[in-house]
Write a protein that binds this ligand. Sequence first.
Ligand code: PEP
Length: 253
Amino acid sequence: MIIAGNWKMNTLPNEAEELVRNILQGLQDKKFDSEIVVCPPFTNLHTVSALITGSKIKLGAQNCYYEPKGAFTGEISIPMLKYFDVEYIIIGHSERRTYFGETDEIINRKARAILEKNLKPIICIGETLSERQQGKTFEILFNQLEKCLCDLKVDDSKNLVIAYEPVWAIGTGVSATKEQIEEAHNKIKNHIQSMFGIAHDDIVLQYGGSVTSDNSEEILSIESVNGALIGGASLKSDVFLKIIEIAEKTIKN
Ligand code: PEP
């Protein structure tokens, strides 16, 4: 179970420090088996990295560029992230696809570069509301999977995290229903299985889209859900801690 908080473009250094200190305090002396990941903005990686050193919380970034260095003004490379002990990198988030033109081809280049450096990409896929209404959900998801995972090897799949994030559920307060998540997760896992020949149990598939402490029990209890990518609710330490507590109860063997 991987519970990851995507802080998006939120928190100044003092706010990031307060948030992470509260999460650390809430987890103190607690045993937990879930992998907890926080993904602050780049400008807070240094602060957060220093605070979580020695704890069980893992560090994630919200984006990266696939080239290791050079004349790419404004970009952040994977070695730069690795320096701060980043282990996970979110790529292909719908906000990056929509506002910054991130294509499946770019996401694939990023995924390959991340895996090459032994880090873990969290690859987001998801359909828009109009695609769902037109009955194109699975055509879209399978196409994203094939393009984003193009040329990856079976071995890469153990470091791969996929996040199913229906675009219409992100930041809207309307999460997908249990039935919609079950259907999508089973089909996504079947498709990945057909691409790499790996078992469902070896595929890490998170759900993302308006996950809160109120709906996380129902969502995380679904057999094919291996964690959550959480935006808004990860900015409130008490809510994020509650979701972690619920995740622990729903861990499947
Ligand atoms: C996200 O940022 O990936 C996300 C799912 O956001 P939210 O939880 O706010 O819907």
